[in-house]
Design a protein around this ligand. Structure first.
Ligand code: FES
Ligand code: FES
Length: 150
């Protein structure tokens, strides 16, 4: 049975094994490569996307668990050509360095702010556990707080 997902507003029917990680369905089957592979064990967050409005680590999530669901990737975060406010803050605060972790980081932060628009440092620490080898954590925190302040 094909897997049906709505991804970035488009309905797709995927002919993949149900235990295929969502990440590979997104990257290889659908061809959206903005979502990155880092560790493959749910540890780094590079593969973070939104499933039904929640941040998930797609490298270990079987695509069957997304069947009938709505997925947003970094390619779908900007609405109608306008950058999402997290993307705008990332530019304003010059967050990305090499950039590899940043699509996952941005998706994780966007989901956090959707559910908690003014997060404390403790909340940020507990929720944004994405790993950045370039060490952008201080800039990430500054950009999140700038959004919370409006
Ligand atoms: S690649 Fe998914 S958490 Fe690292
Ligand atoms: S910006 Fe390089 S790994 Fe995060």
């Amino acid at each position: 049975m094909p897997i049906a997902i709505k991804i970035n507003g488009q309905d797709r029917s995927l002919d993949v094994e149900p235990d295929t990680p969502l990440l590979w369905a997104i990257r290889d089957t659908i061809g959206l490569t903005g979502t990155k592979f880092g560790c493959g064990i749910s540890a780094c967050g590079a593969c973070t996307v939104h499933l039904n409005g929640r941040a998930v680590r797609s490298c270990t999530l079987p695509v069957s668990l997304a069947d009938g669901g709505t997925v947003t990737t970094i390619e779908g975060l900007a609405a109608a050509g306008t950058l999402h406010n997290v993307q705008q803050a990332w530019i304003a605060h010059q967050v990305p360095q090499c950039g590899y972790c940043q699509s996952g980081m941005i998706m994780a932060v966007a989901a956090l702010l959707d559910h908690s628009p003014n997060p404390t440092d403790d909340e940020i620490d507990a929720t944004i556990t994405n790993i950045c080898r370039c060490g952008t954590f201080a800039r990430v925190r500054r950009a999140i707080h700038s959004l919370a302040e409006g």
